[in-house]
Structures are given as C-alpha cells and as structure tokens.
Write a protein that binds this ligand. Structure first.
Ligand code: FPP
Length: 246
C-alpha cells in the first residue's frame, strides 16, 4: 500500500513526538558495536525530518538522550555526544535551507562544554526559522521537567510574581520546556517496546500512541507515512463522546 497517497494533507498531525528505540539491537543483530547503530539511527532521523517537511508537520520532537542514559557505559555516552555534535554541525546548512528551527529540551548545563557550544550555535543560527520546529530532548526526563516546573512556580509565588490561584493548565505549561509548543498529536515508539519511558509525561495526556516493532535505524519515510495514516484513522475524543465530536 502506498501510504503517502492515502494521507489527507489537510489533517496531518501538527506535532509528532518520537522515541527512537532499537539502535543497540539493530547493531547487535549485525555484530556491530552500539555506536554504529546510533549512526544509522541518525540517518533514519534525517529521513523522518524530511518526511515531516514534505507532509507539513510543524513540530517534531525526538528523544535523543534521557537523563537515565547518563548511566550507560562512558564510551557510548561520549560517542552519542560526538554524534550529536557532528550531526547538527553537518545538517546546519540543511536546517537553514528548509526553515528548520532547532530547539533543545532538557538539562543543557549537564552536557559537556563543547556540546553546549555546538548546540547553542545551532539554536542561535536557526532561531528565526518557522517552517518546522525540531525539538531534540537531550538529558531530558519528564519527571525532571515537571519537578523543575513546580520548583520554579513555587519561587514565583514566593516572590509575589504570581498567586497560587492563577495556576491552571495553561500557566503550568508555560513552566515546561515545551513552553509555546502545542502538545504532541502523535507519539511514535519503535522497536516493539510499549512504554513511555519518562518522555513528555505532562504533554502526552491526549496524544495518540503508535508502536511498531521496526528498529529505529530501519524506520523509513514509508514507515512514518504509515504511522500518520494510522493516526488519521483514529477518533480523538479528548474525553468527550463520539456524538459530541461529530
Ligand atoms: C535508543 O536506542 C536510542 C538512543 C538512546 C539514542 C538515539 C540517538 C540517535 C538516533 C542519534 C541521532 C540523534 C541526533 C539528535 C542527531 P537504544 O540504544 O536504547 O537501543 P536498544 O534498546 O536496542 O539497546
């Protein structure tokens, strides 16, 4: 089936979030080291970014490195950091050409200095772009983000900047790293694992979830179209009844 032909371009998800899982298993199946899996994963990500541009998806958020990933072997952590720096530097001209704005979600200050510099450079050079916002979750965890928001809210209440009565969903969202970014419509997770793994815990409340057994390095544009096609068949009710929606 040609999924691209089946997609209604007037109803593409505004925001797609992705847990890019399975790089290690992909490498192991080929007797390669884990970093070569991550390298192939970076290529798959490039394809998905292109597919988002083609379909008109406005926000793509990927889970590149979780807070928990700091506990992986040092060699893998360092390799992932280098891959990140080389990838964003290499892709910078493409980000500019295609109007892609790069944004980082997470504890930037935990990253090595040279990674922070590279990341800040790409953020600065793409900040005026508005065709597609590419959020990279780096040293990110949903629980950290929520606790961080709560602590900042407490500070602002204590200093008199706001009163506790003013705290509602909209205000709380302004304290999250995804401030000004709409909640994901669709979450894709590859590699057959069926869990959220501390990703965008607040924002995923009403997202449609799509799980596939495909390992991330094998996730092609066609696979992405398939996920969007599947999304378009869902009925999003946001707690209402079917009749209220139609
Ligand atoms: C999970 O697979 C993947 C990661 C922890 C890293 C994802 C990073 C990339 C795809 C690199 C490119 C990213 C950017 C932003 C350039 P895993 O290692 O947990 O796989 P496994 O479960 O099979 O071991």
């Amino acid at each position: 089936m040609n999924y691209l032909e089946q997609i209604d371009l007037n109803r593409v998800p505004l925001h797609v979030a992705v847990i890019m899982d399975g790089n290690g298993r992909w490498a192991k199946a080929r007797s390669k080291n884990r970093l070569s899996g991550h390298n192939e994963g970076a290529k798959a990500l490039k394809n998905v970014l292109e597919a988002c541009g083609e379909l008109g998806v406005k926000y793509l958020t990927v889970y590149a490195f979780s807070t928990e990933n700091w506990n992986r072997p040092k060699e893998e952590v360092n390799g992932l950091m280098e891959l990140l720096v080389t990838s964003i530097n290499k892709e910078l001209p493409q980000f500019k050409k295609h109007g892609i704005k790069v944004n980082i979600l997470g504890q930037l200050d935990r990253l090595p200095d040279h990674v922070q510099m590279a990341v800040n450079n790409v953020i600065r050079q793409t900040q005026k772009n508005d065709k597609l916002v590419f959020n990279v979750a780096l040293s990110y965890s949903g629980r950290w983000e929520i606790l961080n928001a709560v602590n900042n809210l407490i500070k602002d209440v204590k200093s008199g900047k706001l009163t506790s009565k003013e705290i509602d969903d909209e205000l709380f969202k302004q304290y999250l790293t995804t401030k000004d970014i709409p909640d994901p419509d669709l979450l894709i997770r590859t590699s057959g694992e069926i869990r959220i793994s501390n990703f965008l815990l607040y924002q995923l409340a009403y997202s449609e979830l799509y799980f596939t057994d495909i390992l991330w390095p094998d996730f092609s544009k066609e696979q992405f179209y398939k996920a969007v096609y599947d999304y378009q068949k869902r009925e999003r009710r946001f707690g209402k009844t079917s009749e209220q929606i139609s």
